[in-house]
Design a protein around this ligand. Structure first.
Ligand code: PEP
Ligand code: MG
Length: 760
């Protein structure tokens, strides 16, 4: 049963059209359950509401397809959808909600079993099986249908996205308005650009379709890649002959034969001739062959699917080794990928990078934070994106709402061009605030600092009026290298940062890797990376890495004195003791060597971003010079929501009353001990969050350069007293949505709505 379930869902997900996916489901269910009728009803949105429409059936009359419609709650199918639970009946007609549709010819069916198809909480449709004999379906049937329906949500929405895209493609002449694809807001801003799909090399599945510049050139490249793969196989077989048993060596010989000729080569060549580039044609061919092998019942032959996959990857490697250097980046590049790494971002010439779209991740992932720092609009968590088909397409990206439009209509483009113009106008107005102070209307001064991790970001931070750096994320220079940077390399970076801001303060955070900030050259495999080896836990376990970094920081501070050291992920006092001990050790060594001459240790602070630290502020205060609240992690840990997981992204909310109460508790405790407290999480750079934080008495906010003017505008538009009243009101509300709405209303009333949505 498991293999039947798997093969139905896998095939349905791979279908390029929704109707194909439905056909696969209907056939699969009928052969697995041997029932008299199988039908799929899908929900359709109309101006008048949502209707369930019979979209495919085997058993019901075909003329009923597309005609039978019912509302949620209407008939048996509508009841399954409304209640979001299965219904198993031996006499369907006896149920009080039964509704007879003569077009279906279903009078001969007595028993009915329906299961809802739900994706991320949204009911997409109902899967129904029917039998002539009046009997309840047995437990196995019910379990099968529920399990299948539960898995179909994602497959159907992917197939629907592919189909929508293909339809809009075929309707390009005249261009048809493309419906909206919804993801999560990653970084604010709007852009109209060209999609460039990026993917990890050798990831065959992720290769997009692309039209080649020249088909004969593409064929030549493919033939060369085949020849190189053949050569590899021959060489491996020769070397391994004395080492491996003969049956293992035979595998490489079999590979060699497969690439000498035969369906993989011929089918790929045919696809290239039909207009796909070699890599895309290879992906299509390999996936078709994989499907055939995975479907067979013989376990030996099923194993061979892996061989084909492996061979495909090897050919791909040879194809890619020839094309890497030849990437073309359009003027308005919108980088699209399953997930986007800092290295992939760094590949695009900065002046051409206009937008970012990622299938995975959310607004609080590090790619989003990086995008905001670079002031590049981003949309994340776009699960339904037909990635393999959109390379080269025109795309509108709305980073405020998390919306995408592929091949947009002329009217939509005109509307977005108007909003882009308004945005430019607004940003001009905001620029005029750069030299003004961040002071409330009743005279309370707020410190506005910048978050960064990129040297290229220092000038924008200064230009936008940052009064210092509140968070320098040192992991970024570590992430874009292929090994740990040396003390000297780190010194150069930190010195540049400290010098550009001196005498203004610069808070450099010690290495905070792990979680969603991996280093390719220091792989960590964990089931729960966010609860695992992260931040200070790694650096205390690797004093050699920590001491090198501390030495580089302390040396860079020589003669400047504006360095502040910040420790991430502190969850106990012991970690603070140990870390301070290492700072002292590095400092005394440098004094001894004569590399620094000041006996003064720079100020040391901790991030409050782990729940245990909230209740340690009183105890920590005796040992630190300042606190900085990391609302990104604090939200993730308080709400138990992985900040990078788009599946639970709607639960991740830094305006959740629990998070606000925690911040208030930290701010009050720090103030009792006369220790400065700032916020350096993304909440500080959100105009709504900033309004809240100033009302809680947090007088130092650190954010990406692009948010500085927006937040300054908010600060200069409210009095501290008003903001306190607003926060007191927010703290009584039940959930984050209510808090957000209250704050939005305040901003709209102050004519500041343009800071949080497109348009003025
Ligand atoms: C935070 O967690 O709020 C923070 C600023 O650190 P990072 O986002 O780098 O984990
Ligand atoms: Mg953090």
């Amino acid at each position: 049963m498991l293999s039947q379930l798997r093969s139905i869902t896998q095939e349905a997900s791979a279908a390029k059209r929704l109707d194909d996916a439905l056909g696969i489901i209907i056939d699969g269910v009928q052969s697995a359950l041997s029932v008299d009728a199988v039908s799929v009803y899908l929900a359709e949105e109309h101006n008048t509401g949502t209707e369930l429409v019979l979209r495919a059936s085997k058993g019901l009359k075909s003329k009923a397809i597309g005609k039978i419609r019912m509302r949620f709650g209407e008939g048996l199918v509508g009841t399954v959808a409304e209640r979001a639970e299965p219904l198993n009946l031996d006499h369907a007609a006896a149920h009080p909600h039964f509704k007879y549709f003569p077009e279906t010819g279903e009078e001969s069916f007595h028993s009915f079993l329906g299961a809802p198809i739900i994706n991320y909480g949204q009911t997409l449709g109902v899967l129904v099986v029917q039998q002539r004999t009046p009997r309840l379906f047995d437990e196995d049937h019910v379990a099968f249908l529920i399990t299948l329906a539960a898995q179909l949500g994602a497959s159907l929405s992917q197939a629907a996205a592919n189909q929508d895209f293909n339809q809009s493609r075929s309707a390009l002449l005249p261009k048809k308005a493309k419906q909206r694809i919804t993801g999560l807001a990653g970084s604010p801003g709007i852009v109209i650009g060209e999609a460039v799909v990026t993917y990890s090399l050798a990831d065959l599945k992720a290769v997009p379709d692309r039209s080649p510049a020249s088909i004969p050139d593409e064929i030549r490249q493919f033939e060369r890649a085949i020849a190189s793969t053949q050569e590899d196989m021959r060489r491996i077989a020769d070397t391994m002959r004395d080492v491996l048993p003969s049956e293992e060596v035979a595998l490489f010989e079999a590979y060699e034969m497969m690439v000498q000729g035969g369906p993989i080569v011929d089918d790929t060549l045919a696809r290239i001739r039909r207009g796909n580039w070699a890599q895309g044609a290879l992906r299509e061919t390999v996936s078709e062959h994989l499907k055939i092998f995975r479907d067979v019942d013989d376990p030996y032959l099923r194993e061979r699917a892996e061989d084909i996959h492996d061979l495909g990857r090897r050919i791909l490697m040879h194809l890619q080794s020839r094309i890497i250097e030849k990437r073309h980046w359009p003027r308005q590049t919108v980088l699209v990928g399953d997930s986007i790494s800092p290295t992939q971002l760094a590949e695009v010439p900065p002046e051409r990078l206009a937008g970012i779209v990622s299938v995975h991740g959310s607004g609080s992932s590090h790619v989003s934070i990086l995008a905001r720092a670079m002031q590049i609009p981003a949309v994340m968590g776009v699960r339904d994106l037909p990635t393999s088909q959109i390379d080269g397409s025109e795309i509108i990206l709305d980073g405020y709402a998390g919306h995408l439009y592929i091949n947009p209509s002329w009217a939509l483009k005109r509307e977005y061009s108007r909003l882009i113009k308004q945005e430019k106008q607004q940003s001009k107005e905001l620029t005029s605030l750069v030299n003004q102070t961040a002071v409330t209307t009743d005279g309370v001064r707020i410190n506005l600092l910048a978050n960064t991790g990129l040297i290229s970001d220092l000038t924008p931070c200064l230009k936008n009026g940052a009064e210092g750096i509140g968070l320098y994320r040192t992991e970024v220079p570590f992430q874009i290298r292929s090994r740990f940077p040396s003390e000297e390399e780190q010194y150069d970076i930190y010195r540049q940062v400290l010098e550009s801001f001196a005498p203004r303060p610069v808070v450099i955070r010690t290495l905070d890797i792990g979680g969603d900030k991996p280093l390719e050259y220091f792989p960590i495999q964990e089931d729960n990376p966010f609860l695992g080896w992260r931040g200070i836990r790694i650096t205390l376990d690797h004093p050699e890495i920590f001491l090198t970094q501390l030495r580089a920081m302390l040396r860079a501070n020589q003669g400047l004195g504006n360095l502040r050291i910040m420790l991430p992920m502190v969850s106990s006092i012991r970690e603070l003791y140990e870390a301070k001990q290492l700072v002292l050790q590095a400092h005394s060594e440098l004094l001894e060597e004569g590399s620094v001459n000041s006996h003064e240790i720079p100020r040391i602070g901790v991030m409050i971003e782990v729940p245990s630290a909230i209740y340690l502020v009183d105890a920590l205060a005796a040992h630190v010079d300042f606190f900085s609240i990391g609302t990104n992690d604090l939200t993730q840990y308080l709400l138990a929501v992985d900040r990078n997981n788009d599946r639970v992204a709607k639960l991740y909310d830094s305006l959740h009353p629990s998070v606000l109460h925690a911040i208030l508790h930290i701010a009050d405790a720090a103030q009792r001990h006369n220790k400065p407290v700032s916020v350096c999480g993304e909440l500080a750079g959100d105009p709504l969050g900033a309004l809240c934080l100033m009302g809680m008495g947090v007088h130092s906010l650190s954010m990406n350069a692009g948010s500085l003017s927006k937040v300054k505008k908010v600060i200069r538009s409210f009095s501290a007293e008003d903001s306190q009243d607003i926060v007191s009101g927010c703290l009584t509300l039940e959930d984050g949505a209510a808090v957000r709405q209250r704050l939005q209303e305040e901003l709209e009333a102050a004519h500041l709505g343009g800071l949080i949505r497109p348009g003025l």
